[in-house]
Design a protein around this ligand. Sequence first.
Ligand SMILES: Nc1ncnc2c1ncn2[C@@H]1O[C@H](COP(=O)(O)OP(=O)(O)O)[C@@H](O)[C@H]1O
Ligand SMILES: [Mg+2]
Length: 244
Amino acid sequence: MRHPTRLGGDTLVHRLQQMLADRGLDQTPAGPIDDEPRPDEPGHPAYHRARRAEWALARWQTATPYRYQQATATHPQITAWADRAIDDPKKAGFLLMTGPFGTGKTHQAYGALRRIADAGPDRYEVIATTAPDMYALLRPGGSDRGAEYELKRLMQVPLLLIDDLGTEKISEFTEEATYRLLNERYNECRPLIITSNLPPSDPTGGPDLNEKLGQRITSRLSQMTTVVPMGGNDRRRPASGGAA
Ligand SMILES: Nc1ncnc2c1ncn2[C@@H]1O[C@H](COP(=O)(O)OP(=O)(O)O)[C@@H](O)[C@H]1O
Ligand SMILES: [Mg+2]
């Protein structure tokens, strides 16, 4: 007939808890405790992916010329390639965009690099260069750190964009450097984006990369490259065809 709660009320419960605590006994009520981090809290995978994306996008911005700071990949083949590179960079292969000036090749290329950054990859390092700038750097005396050092950086960087390949004057030196670069990236399955005015080959005998760069380079290109011909109007000219 005793009703302890009545007798002591909250005070009794409190005294009992105090006694248990004094003996070092756990007071935590049994049952599930919701201490899982939310998506916006450290510990949740989405939180860490978002932080990596912020960091990668800052890298992308640094590597991207002012004109292409708003670039977004919209071409279905380009977004598909970028998604493969996000999924597994070793399986993406090379991406070659070809077509006349002003068809949006460079825009799509920087857009693809941004899309990859936006996914918050574990590692994001990118070098974006034009072919003429690259050869200037690789020429003897073109870099304080030396041509071999620069070539190794281009070989090893996780993501590389070479814009406007095939516009430069080709020499034995540029051919050798291009071959070494492409061959190393090919062997290590590192992604590479190339834009060019020239198609890989032209059966009608017109100018092509094969003639420009030589067979051993285009055969490397042909083995793991997604070739995307870009067409349409020159985006740099008004649609009316007025002054450029
Ligand atoms: N999808 C797009 N949306 C908006 N502007 C674009 C788009 N594609 C290209 N441009 C713009 O059109 C111009 C030509 O594109 P660009 O990528 O430089 O062509 P290409 O490299 O083929 O010569 C650039 O000023 C670029 O910013
Ligand atoms: Mg361009």
